[in-house]
Design a protein around this ligand. Sequence first.
Ligand SMILES: Cc1ncc(COP(=O)(O)O)c(C=O)c1O
Length: 304
Amino acid sequence: MESKYVWMNGGLVEYEKATFHFLTPVAHYGAGVFEGIRSYATPRGPAVFRLREHIERLWDSALVLGFRGLPYTVEQLVAAVKQTVKANGFSECYIRPLVYLTDGGWNLNVDTGKAGVGIAVWEWGHYLGEEALEKGVRANISSFTRHHPNVMLTKAKIVGNYANSILAKTESVRLGFDEAILLDPQGYVAECTGENIFAVQKGVIYTPHTMAILEGITRASIITLAGDLGYRVVEQPISRDQLYIADEVFVSGTAAECIGLREIDFRVIGTGKTGPVTKALQLAYHAAIHGDHPRSAEWLEYVE
Ligand SMILES: Cc1ncc(COP(=O)(O)O)c(C=O)c1O
């Protein structure tokens, strides 16, 4: 996760100097919001995928947590991300902006603290493993339930929300799986620990509606690409057994990109490897992020 520079509170600092104090409230109460973004190599140099949408979601997350504004505008943060990617010289990297409660806020009130902002970048390969693209991964239905939106607000990438993902992911990996699928408080499929989920049945793509999930930017991109390819996408409640009998199940997220689930709860899904619809979407997504797709023009923010 190393790099040369991290952007912190208005400018680049050396990687080793990008620190904050032990008593910063974000570390104690999860009082912060973050984004996960990727920059990809393209024929025109590095380009950040849907950067503006990610920064707008960062703002929305901050608003949801209760910040009444951030010290930097969307424009300034878009420029700061590009500056950080450029300064570190990576052709491809993961980008992690964090807004953290600092300088007060110790009494569980965001109004008594200030928002600090940092942006780190590092080279990060396939989140769910090298082989996942072809072979797919194995998942379980978690014993942990996804947040009710009145408990932890699922539209926001709030740092504290991710204790739920940590519980589910750790349990899943200890049980020998690669990823966990969480059900919502009503018992329907919500999402994975860091990805949205889709099921394919007889050529139609189903995905849970947005009520209790993070509205993934990859999810939105996959829905658009699926439409471009002529697939019908239906947003509706999905039960766990619908996943078991689906022809294909796949997940989407900035870190994982688009990856098939070959097995859920010891049940083989479809043919037990990446299916044809998932493959078609993987190829379209891959082309889009690398500047080789008609959608690339609207989705890529070139660093230079
Ligand atoms: C809980 C959760 N769901 C879904 C996603 C996918 O979102 P995106 O495609 O915007 O990365 C993420 C990743 O940020 C996540 O943490």
